[in-house]
Design a protein. Structure first.
Length: 173
């Protein structure tokens, strides 16, 4: 074998090795992204003890791929205050996911949008009160409602609007 052929074969071997290593790195990065995504779908919810609609909301999230840990907390208002949720935007439960607070009956699709967008100027989302027809508050006479984003500066703005009777089932996304 002449020297030129040997160099060509050696070069090809090195190229294949480099390509293989690059593909392995891409697979590892992809797995890390998947793990991060799965981790960001873990919700920790605290609720008024005995609140049934909170548990129904947790089931709504589970149908959309979230894992949810639920704890009854008789001192939940202290948690809301510490999270920086304006009192006028309170509801019956407070959750945390991906570094954001989620207050009340926020639809899963709004939480998924928040986690996808990752706005740095937002502390969390809230659906104030307990509007009829929101996830966990199913009712034959549903109401329209807004999901409100609370900024890091404390200002609130509409993140998403929902029409009365909107379908929040996992099949409707």
């Amino acid at each position: 074998m002449n020297t030129m052929r040997l160099w060509v074969i050696l070069s090809l071997c090195l190229c294949f090795q480099a390509a293989s290593a690059d593909q392995q790195t891409q697979r590892t990065d992809s797995n890390a992204d998947t793990a991060t995504g799965a981790q960001s779908l873990h919700v920790i919810m605290q609720k008024n003890p005995g609140c049934g609609c909170c548990d129904i909301w947790a089931d709504h999230l589970r149908k959309h791929g979230f894992t949810v840990d639920v704890t009854g907390n008789p001192r939940i208002y202290e948690l809301k205050e510490k999270a920086g949720i304006p009192q006028s935007l309170y509801s019956c439960h407070t959750a945390e996911v991906g570094g954001y607070f989620i207050e009340g009956h926020v639809p899963a699709k709004d939480i998924l949008a928040l986690l996808r967008l990752k706005p740095g100027n937002v502390r969390g989302l809230t659906v104030p009160g307990m509007p009829l027809g929101s996830p966990g508050m199913e009712h034959p006479r549903p109401q329209s409602f807004d999901t409100i984003a609370v900024g890091t500066d404390g200002a609130a703005h509409v993140f998403a609007s929902h029409e009365a009777g909107e379908d929040f089932s996992a099949d409707s996304d």
